[in-house]
Ligand binder design. Sequence first.
Ligand code: ATR
Length: 283
Amino acid sequence: MDDKQERNAAQAVFGIIGWPLGHTLSSALHEAAYRKLGMNAVYSAFPTPPESLRDAVRDIRAKGLRGINVTVPHKVAVMSFLDEVAAAAAKIGAVNTIVRTADGRLVGHNTDAAGFVLSLAREGVSLAGRRVAVFGAGGAARAVVAAAAAEKAAEIRIFNRTLSRAKELADAFTAPERPVTAFPIDDARDGSADADVWVQTTSVGLSETDAPPVPLDHAAGKTLVDLIYRPRTAFLIEGGRRGAKVIDGYGMLVYQAAEAFRLWTGLEPPVEEMWSAGLAARK
Ligand code: ATR
């Protein structure tokens, strides 16, 4: 083997599966960590249409990839192709990180919930004892509700266009010490008026012309979080104008990546390097 072949043989391969995968910042985040820690590793994008998901997981096994991130639309479907799903990810109902164990088993985890909590902590926001309003009840909302429950929020209210979906999510996380309740999104104006932290998890805002999905009359003094990080959403722009503290989804993106890195390598993720590399790649 020449030098290059030797290097390649020892190289750890990580990556991401999703569809489409046009604008992922994950490569920039993870490769910044490999650079900082001097690791011989690469992070590749594997665009995977839904009908190829089973084959993609088979390839991950066959090629001995060390770790894979999973993004839209595979976070739920991928679970049935894994050897094991960690309890917390099973409760959320979605996997965003697959870890290959030393004996070659593929285990599904979810780092979105931890990423959410850590991104708020960076901004000095804790969910402990707070009343939390969540707009939306899809996969992203499930991770947020799991995080709020784990952080001992006092109360969680879920507002969704499709009430049955909100109810199902509320039922999964409600507990005597922490009521989780479901409402139609049309009730959000009054129903979130006394909540301290509002979390926007719907896809409304991905298009620059989208109006906020809920009225912001009572936003002053609240913390508004939008999981969307690009473009800046009307929810955050208008909320900020009304005197809310606003946090976008960039922090959650970076911290879910950092926690995936930790699971794969057992190393402390160099978050600041990841943070600035992602910002640079975003431009
Ligand atoms: P994700 O995994 O990103 O959460 P998802 O599971 O498709 O994606 O969920 C999308 C969320 O955005 C849902 O809460 C959806 O509401 P429904 O459950 O009623 O479909 C919400 N959503 C999407 N478009 C919306 C719109 N125009 N107005 C209000 N909510 C919307």
